[in-house]
Design a protein around this ligand. Structure first.
Ligand code: R7I
Ligand code: MG
Ligand code: MG
Ligand code: MG
Length: 343
C-alpha cells in the first residue's frame, strides 16, 4: 500500500545518504580485523544516545543523487540537458566532494561546449569508450523509485542519465542492475525473509535481456551474469568460514561499476543473516556496516547497499540516532517525499 511505499522511498534515499556519509571516512582502506573492530565501535557510538559531533559529510555520490532527484521532481518527463546542467552547477559550487577525475573533465567540457550535445563529452573519454566507473550506478536511486512500475521507462532514463558522464557498457549495465535490484526490494515485504535464490535468479534473468550478443562474440560480453553467478555461489558457502577474501577477489570492491554493483547487492543479501564480528540486531545497520567492512570504495558500495536495504525495509528500520549524524538528512527526507508526490 501507499504508506509502506512512501516509507520505502524514504528508506531508500536515506539509506543511500547514510552509506555515503558513514562509508566515506574509510574509502580506499584495506580493512584488517582491527579495522573491523574500530568500525563496530564507530557504529555503536553513532547509534547510542545522541551526542553533538562534527557532522558526517556526504560526497559526490550524494551530490549527484541530489541532482538526479531534482531533475525528476522539476521535470518528471526527463530533460537530460537540464540534468547535465544540474550536475555541472553542483560540481562547480562544491568541487571538493571527492569526484572522479574523468567526471571532472566531462563537467569542464560540458560547460565549455555550452551543453550543446550533453552526451558528447562523456563519449570522448578513454579513447572513445567512456568511463567504466560506478558513478552512474551510485546515483540511480531516484530513478529506480520514480520508474518503479515502468520497466521500459527505467531502462531508458537510467541509460541516458548514466551516459551524461559514463558511456562504457559496464557503467551503463551496472547502473541498470542496481536499478533493478532496488525495484525488486520495493516489492518485498519487510517482515518476510528474502528468498535469496529467487532474488538473484530474477536479476540474472533481467541481465540476460540487457547483456545480449550483438555482433561481437567476446567471452567477457556477459560480465554481470558471470558476477551474479559468483554472487550466488558465495552466498551458498558456509557462513562460518571467512568469505570476505572471496567477495573482494571475485566480486570486487573498487570504483568500477563491475567491481562494485554486484558487491553491494551481495552485501545486502548476505546481511539478511548474522555476520561474525558484526554485533547488532538491526538488519539495516548490518547491511551498511558489512559493506564498509570490505574496504575499498566504501562510500559508494555502502551507499548502494544502504539504498537496497532501505528500499526493502523502509524508513522505520533506520536508527534515528545514526541518521542524525549525516549531513543533509532532513533535506533528503523531503527529496524522498517530493519524489513520491510526483509519481
Ligand atoms: O565513476 P565516477 O563518477 O567515480 C565514482 C567514484 C566513487 O567511488 C565516488 O565515491 C568517487 O570517489 O569516485 O568517476 P570517473 O572519473 O568516471 O571514474 C573514476 C575513475 O575510474 C577514473 O578517474 C579513472 O581513474 C577510472 N576509470 C578508468 N580507468 C581506465 N580506463 C574509469 N574508467 C576507466 C577506463 O576506461
Ligand atoms: Mg564518493
Ligand atoms: Mg574516490
Ligand atoms: Mg566512492
Amino acid at each position: 500500500d501507499n504508506i509502506l511505499l512512501k516509507s520505502k522511498f524514504r528508506g531508500c534515499m536515506l539509506g543511500a545518504l547514510l552509506g555515503d556519509c558513514l562509508g566515506a571516512p574509510f574509502e580506499g582502506e584495506t580493512m584488517t580485523a582491527g579495522g573491523k573492530l574500530i568500525l563496530q565501535k564507530y557504529f555503536d557510538k553513532l547509534e547510542g544516545p545522541y551526542f553533538r559531533a562534527p557532522i558526517k559529510t556526504y560526497t559526490d555520490d550524494t551530490a549527484m543523487t541530489k541532482s538526479v532527484a531534482k531533475s525528476l521532481i522539476d521535470k518528471p518527463a526527463m530533460d537530460f540537458k537540464f540534468l547535465a546542467k544540474l550536475f555541472v552547477k553542483e560540481y562547480f559550487s562544491e568541487p571538493k566532494r571527492g569526484y572522479g577525475q574523468n567526471v571532472i573533465d566531462v563537467f569542464a567540457k560540458l560547460r565549455r561546449s555550452k551543453f550543446e550535445d550533453v552526451f558528447k563529452p562523456a563519449k570522448e573519454q578513454f579513447g572513445g569508450i567512456g568511463s567504466y566507473g560506478n558513478g552512474g550506478a551510485m546515483r540511480v536511486s531516484p530513478l529506480a523509485l520514480y520508474f518503479h512500475n515502468n520497466n521500459e521507462g527505467a531502462i531508458d532514463a537510467v541509460t541516458k542519465a548514466t551516459q551524461i558522464t559514463h558511456t562504457h557498457k559496464d557503467a551503463i549495465n551496472g547502473a541498470l542492475l542496481q536499478t533493478m535490484a532496488i525495484q525488486q526490494c520495493l516489492k518485498l515485504d519487510p517482515v518476510e525473509k528474502i528468498n535469496l535464490q529467487e532474488f538473484t535468479d530474477s536479476l540474472i534473468e533481467k541481465m540476460k535481456k540487457i547483456e545480449t550478443n550483438e555482433e561481437d562474440f567476446e567471452d567477457d560480453e556477459k560480465p554481470y551474469q558471470v558476477k551474479l553467478i559468483y554472487l550466488q555461489q558465495i552466498l551458498k558457502s558456509n557462513a562460518d568460514c571467512d568469505v570476505d577474501d572471496d567477495v573482494i577477489r571475485l566480486l570486487g570492491n573498487d570504483i568500477s561499476a563491475l567491481g562494485s554493483v554486484p558487491t553491494a547487492i551481495y552485501c545486502f543479501l548476505r546481511a539478511q543473516k548474522d555476520i561474525p564480528g558484526i554485533r547488532t540486531d538491526n538488519k539495516f545497520r548490518r547491511c551498511v556496516q558489512y559493506a564498509i567492512s570490505l574496504g575499498g570504495d566504501t562510500d559508494t558500495i555502502a551507499s548502494m547497499t544502504g539504498s537496497l536495504a532501505g528500499a526493502y525495509l523502509g524508513e522505520e528500520y533506520i536508527n534515528e540516532h545514526i541518521i542524525k549524524h549525516c549531513e543533509y538528512q532532513k533535506e533528503m527526507l523531503e527529496v524522498a517525499d517530493n519524489l513520491f508526490a510526483v509519481l
